[in-house]
Design a binder for this molecule. Structure first.
Ligand SMILES: C[S@@+](CC[C@H](N)C(=O)[O-])C[C@H]1O[C@@H](n2cnc3c(N)ncnc32)[C@H](O)[C@@H]1O
Length: 265
């Protein structure tokens, strides 16, 4: 096993109270920045992250039990519970400190009866197949040590035909504003992250966004995981994309899978 694989290895999966993994982007890294994560997010995304999350929420059903993978400080879990009063929500994340911040938020908003937060990794979820009416992950799939395995798990735990939605940052590759957006992502974001979090590892954000595959390639990976009918929506300036497909428990790699490019928001 290489050093990178060793570092990314899940050490104690799904054991409450234990942070899993110790590489860049892992639960341990997020443990160190948990208290300042929400502030950092607002500043780095210039406040746009909340409106992107709203689009993610809109892609999930208004009933049943919903899963938010890499829930972090539970912003998406809270948004789901607020938008859909008939649902219950489960949030999963390996970072105990991020979940602690999230738990405080949902207690303050009196939502602890409808949202439960679990420690664990996307690669080996502690849930039975078909359990959730819909599942999602926001800004988390970049951190999965094995994205294909994480997407296979999301497909497995989501009811057949239910939505599987992924919101993820992307490298702005075209458009007249792309040089400015790249300047923001490559220089201002790591600088702000390092200053505000006191943690130079926040530079991982820039590196991991750069390393993330182009939208059509990521959609192909979702298809490989068995997810069907994937639609891609580009967020303004191409800084993020929303991918929404349908869980399918029939044989993967079916010829009927299709990935289409949606309209820009
Ligand atoms: C950028 S934060 C996103 C948090 C939240 N979804 C949001 O929208 O603000 C990325 C999260 O991915 C989590 N993460 C890292 N490795 C993971 C894994 N293997 N499985 C699930 N989540 C993971 C981190 O602990 C962190 O909370």
């Amino acid at each position: 096993m290489s050093q990178a694989e060793q570092e990314n290895k899940t050490m104690i999966p799904n054991k409450p109270g234990v942070t899993v993994g110790n590489a860049d982007g892992s639960g341990l890294m997020f443990d160190q920045i948990a208290k300042r994560y929400d502030l950092l997010n607002r500043l780095i995304s210039l406040g746009l992250d909340q409106s992107w999350r709203k689009k993610l929420v809109a892609s999930l059903p208004a009933e049943g039990e919903l899963l938010d993978v890499a829930t972090g400080t539970a912003d998406v879990a809270l948004a789901l519970a607020n938008a859909y009063p008939q649902t219950t929500v489960v949030g999963l994340d390996p970072s105990v400190n991020m979940l602690d911040v999230g738990q405080g938020k949902l207690e303050r908003k009196s939502l602890k009866q409808r949202i439960s937060l679990n420690v664990g990794t996307a690669l080996d979820m502690p849930y039975e197949s078909n359990r959730f009416s819909g599942s999602c992950v926001a800004f988390g799939v970049r951190n999965f040590p094995d994205r294909l395995q994480g997407m296979k798990e999301m497909n497995r735990v989501t009811a057949d035909g239910g939505p599987v939605a992924v919101l993820e940052l992307s490298e702005p590759r075209d458009g007249i504003f792309s040089p400015f957006v790249r300047l923001h992502v490559h220089h201002i974001v790591p600088w702000m992250g390092a200053i505000l979090s006191g943690n130079k590892e926040y530079r991982y954000l820039q590196k991991s966004v750069q390393a993330f595959p182009p939208p059509q390639d990521f959609a192909a990976l979702m298809e490989e995981a068995g997810i069907q009918n994937i639609k891609i929506e580009r967020m303004p300036f191409g800084v993020a994309h929303l991918y929404v497909g349908r869980a399918s428990h029939s044989a993967p790699h079916s010829a009927s899978h299709s990935a289409g490019q949606g309209q820009s928001a």
